[in-house]
Design a protein around this ligand. Structure first.
Ligand code: EPU
Length: 334
C-alpha cells in the first residue's frame, strides 16, 4: 500500500485549516489495501483517521495514522422496468454520482446535489438536503471490520439511520471501514418536491423534472453556502431536536422562531439560533461565521483547527445561555 510520512491534513479537508499532521499517511486504492489497513495498520496505531472528501471533518492535532479512501466503482447491479440498483465505491465523489443518476433519468438523489464529500462518508451522517436523505434510497453498505478483516454487508435497517446519524457514529465507530454503498433509484423524470424552500424556488415550473430539481438545488446551495475556495465543512452543527413541550414554551417566548415537526418532536433551526445570538458574519482572526448562513463556520485564510473549535465553543455557550439549548457538532472534530 502506498504511504508517506508527515502529511499535512489541512489541504485534504474542505476546511483547509492548519495544525494537523499525520505521521503516516496511506492511500487505499484497492480492496486489498483496505484489508491491509484494517488488519495490519489500524490495530497497532494509537489513533487513526480515514478521509474521503474531507468535507465533514476538522483535524486539530497530530495523528499517528491517516488514510485516503480511493476505492472506485459505479456499476449497475440490477435493472428493472422502473427501478435500478447501483453500487457506488466509497471513494467516488458523491456529487458526480448524483450528476450521473440525473443524466440517466434515475430519481431519488437529485436534491442531494453539490453535497461535498465521498460516497463512503454519506452513510455515516446519513447526508440529507431539501427533503431527501441517503437512507431513503440506501439498500446496503459494504465494509471491512477492524481488526478482524471480516467483510460485512449491513442492510439499511442495520445501519440504524437517523437525522445525520447512523450506527457508524456509534457501535461501529472506529471499528468499520465502509468500502461501497448500494442504492436503489427509480426510473422517472418527474420529481416529487417536498421541501418548502425548494417548492418556492421551483414556482412557475409546472411539472418539475429531476433535472429541474438538481439545477435548482445547485443554485440554492451556491447562493447560501461558501464557494469551494473558502474553507468550510458545510453545516457545522446539527439542527437541535426538542420535545413538544419545550418547543411550545420556546414558541411562546420567541414567536418568530422557525420550528419543524419531526418524528413526534420538533426540529429547530440552528442557523436561526446562532443568528439571533449575533454571530452571523462575525470574524475572529481567520475564523468566522458565514454571512449568508449562520450554520456554516468558515476559514478565511490560515486558521488553525483549534481556532475553529474555540469559535464553535463560544457559539455553543451563547446559544445555551440564551435559549437553554445544547448545540451538537455535525462536523467530526479529531
Ligand atoms: N436560518 C436563519 N439564519 C441563517 C440560516 C438559517 O434564520 O443564517 C433559518 C431560516 O429560518 C431557514 C431555516 O433556518 O428557514 C432553515 O435553513 P435552511 O433551509 O438553510 O436549512 P438548515 O436547516 O440550516 C439543513 C441542512 C443543510 C441542507 C439544508 C437544506 C443540517 C444541519 N443542515 O440546513 O445541510 O443543505 O438543510 O436542506 O441539517 C450540511 O449538512 O452540511 C448542509 C449544508
Amino acid at each position: 500500500m502506498r504511504f508517506q510520512q508527515n502529511v499535512d491534513l489541512g489541504p485534504l479537508t474542505t476546511f483547509r485549516t492548519r495544525g494537523a499532521v499525520a505521521r503516516r499517511f496511506y492511500w487505499i486504492e484497492s480492496e486489498r489495501d483496505a484489508l491491509e489497513f484494517a488488519t495490519a495498520v489500524v490495530p497497532v496505531a494509537s489513533d487513526w483517521l480515514l478521509l474521503g472528501g474531507g468535507s465533514n471533518v476538522l483535524p486539530t492535532r497530530t495523528i499517528e495514522v491517516a488514510a485516503l479512501m480511493r476505492l472506485h466503482d459505479r456499476s449497475v447491479v440490477e435493472e428493472g422496468a422502473n427501478i435500478v440498483t447501483v453500487r457506488l465505491g466509497a471513494g467516488e465523489r458523491w456529487h458526480e454520482c448524483v450528476e450521473w443518476a440525473v443524466s440517466e433519468g434515475w430519481a431519488g438523489i437529485e436534491a442531494l446535489a453539490l453535497i461535498p464529500g465521498t460516497v463512503g462518508a454519506a452513510p455515516i451522517q446519513n447526508i440529507g438536503a431539501y427533503g431527501q436523505q441517503l437512507s431513503d434510497v440506501c439498500l446496503w453498505v459494504e465494509g471491512i471490520e477492524i481488526p478482524s478483516g471480516q467483510l460485512r454487508t449491513l442492510t439499511a435497517d442495520e445501519c440504524r439511520f437517523g437525522y445525520r446519524d447512523s450506527i457508524f457514529k456509534h457501535d461501529l465507530a472506529g471499528t468499520f471501514i465502509i468500502t461501497a454503498v448500494t442504492i436503489r433509484l427509480e426510473k422517472r423524470r418527474e420529481a416529487a418536491v417536498a421541501y418548502p424552500e425548494l417548492a418556492r424556488a421551483l414556482d412557475g415550473v409546472a411539472t418539475p423534472t429531476i433535472s429541474d430539481v438538481f439545477e435548482c438545488v445547485v443554485r440554492l446551495r451556491q447562493r447560501k453556502l461558501p464557494p469551494p475556495e473558502v474553507g468550510s465543512a458545510g453545516s457545522f452543527f446539527k439542527n437541535p431536536i426538542v420535545p413538544l413541550p419545550v418547543a411550545a414554551s420556546l414558541a411562546e417566548r420567541y414567536p418568530t422562531m422557525p420550528q419543524f415537526p419531526f418524528n413526534g418532536a420538533v426540529k429547530l433551526s440552528a442557523g436561526w439560533l446562532i443568528e439571533q445570538c449575533g454571530f452571523k458574519g462575525v470574524r475572529r482572526g481567520d475564523v468566522g461565521v458565514y454571512d449568508r448562513h449562520a450554520l456554516v463556520l468558515v476559514n478565511w485564510g490560515t486558521a488553525q483547527g483549534t481556532e475553529v473549535v474555540r469559535l464553535a465553543a463560544e457559539i455553543k455557550d451563547a446559544v445555551r445561555a440564551r435559549f437553554g439549548i445544547e448545540l451538537e457538532e455535525e462536523v467530526i472534530i479529531v
